[in-house]
Design a protein around this ligand. Structure first.
Ligand SMILES: *Cc1c(COP(=O)(O)O)cnc(C)c1O
Length: 395
């Protein structure tokens, strides 16, 4: 059994804060500060350029990928780190399109994150493909034999709705299409099993539930059946078979290494490694059970004490990731009032209060206190002050 009391101690949580926004940015692992300082002091400062060999910076994207693999049902040698998630989405879709050359349709849903849709749209324009976007409920019926790539985010960033990865992948394969799954709101949040789902490509970020820090590098996974055939359009030198031969023409590396692009973010990877030290002690089945308990407790509490709020997430926990949304016509101001009282969630346009639950550092007491504070803000109308209505750049 995972000891969530000890994982909680592994995070720096400011005094008096209840943090329900790990779905946007996880908190800092206490050990991350020293890990990054040690990297700077003992590696960068002392080793200079020799750190690429001596400290293993060059292999780090693969080594860290191997550490993360277990959390998403991948195996050793199948995951590599680097770049931002948007870049990895581009690489995965472009590789999938090239593996299905007779077809030109990319299918996604309107619950997908805008960056994924923008990327698919740009890629479609540049390659003569078509992006088709349907509602999440229509996805299954929209899979037909014109489809090249089904590109979905497993857990909807706004509603928390979770797609059935195995069923939709089977459906896509039966129609002759490949799948790209974005795990931005799944990795570290739910029990993902890429091999059991038989997915083709998967990507995700590490600064949300995985707690790697702001701008932490993304990951990409390719099913081993595609590892030697997948050919991303973004052909960077670090994905070359022999980067230090400096050959004029591109030759992709043998396996997942070909999904690398350029120089890896070594300092950021050090912070992420501190987060993965915490994950080493966590069983995903325990995490999922604890996450469901927290979100069910929150929904029950809010519905009992906040009559003005409407659940904006699936009620069945099996259909949900690790976040819960509630609608309120003045959601932005309500969230600002909540944050002012130390309960940090976030707002998603047009009217959603969004709360993420992370058993690594959230407890049942956190949930009860957050519900109480939210109920008081709504009962007293204390959210309705001019400064709570002022929009900041990042919501
Ligand atoms: C958070 C998120 C992103 C963000 O992409 P970055 O390139 O890391 O900024 C993209 N897609 C999804 C589905 C997300 O949830």
């Amino acid at each position: 059994m995972t000891d969530f009391t000890s994982t909680r101690k592994a995070f720096h949580l400011p005094e008096g804060i209840i943090y329900l926004d790990g779905n946007s940015l996880g908190p800092m692992p206490v050990a991350a500060a020293e890990k990054v300082a040690a990297m700077m002091r003992d590696e960068w400062a002392q080793m200079l350029i020799t750190g690429w060999n001596k400290a293993g910076w060059y292999q780090q994207p693969r080594r860290v990928g191997d550490r993360l693999a277990r959390l998403i049902g991948a195996r050793q040698g199948e995951v590599v780190m680097g770049d931002t998630l948007t870049i990895k989405v581009f690489q995965a879709i472009s590789a999938a399109l090239r593996l299905n050359p007779g077809r030109r349709v990319i299918l996604s849903d309107s619950g997908n994150f805008p960056s994924d849709l923008y990327t698919a749209e740009g890629l479609a324009q540049a390659t003569g493909a078509t992006l088709r976007v349907v509602t999440p409920d229509e996805v299954e019926a929209a899979i037909d034999d014109s489809l090249a790539v089904l590109m979905l985010t497993e857990v909807d960033y706004r509603t928390g709705r979770r797609h059935d990865m195995a069923a939709l992948t089977a459906r896509a394969h039966a129609a002759g299409a490949l799948t790209v799954w974005d795990l931005a709101h799944s990795a570290g949040a739910v029990d993902v099993d890429l091999h059991a789902a038989d997915a083709d490509f998967a990507v995700g970020c590490t600064y949300k539930y995985l707690n790697g820090g702001p701008g932490a590098p993304a990951f990409i996974w390719t099913h081993p059946r595609h590892a030697k055939a997948a050919a991303p359009i973004l052909q960077g030198w670090m994905g070359h078979d022999a980067p230090f031969a400096f050959e004029p023409a591109y030759r992709p590396a043998g396996g997942i290494e070909r999904m690398r692009v350029g120089t890896p973010p070594v300092i950021a990877l050090a912070a992420l490694e501190a987060a993965l030290d915490v994950w080493d002690g966590v069983e995903m089945a325990d995490l999922r059970a604890a996450s469901i308990a927290l979100s069910q407790r929150f929904i029950a509490g809010v519905e009992a004490s906040c009559p003005g709020l409407i659940l904006n997430s699936p009620r069945d926990p099996a259909q949900r990731g690790s976040q819960v949304g509630f609608r309120h016509p003045q959601a932005y101001a309500v969230m600002q009032a909540l944050i002012a009282q130390g309960v940090i969630g976030d707002f998603r346009a047009p009217d959603v209060l969004r709360f993420g639950f992370a058993p690594l550092y959230n407890s049942a007491e956190d949930v009860d206190q957050a519900v109480q504070i939210l109920a008081r803000i709504l009962q007293t109308g204390s959210w309705d002050r001019p400064h709570f209505h002022e929009k900041a750049a990042v919501t």
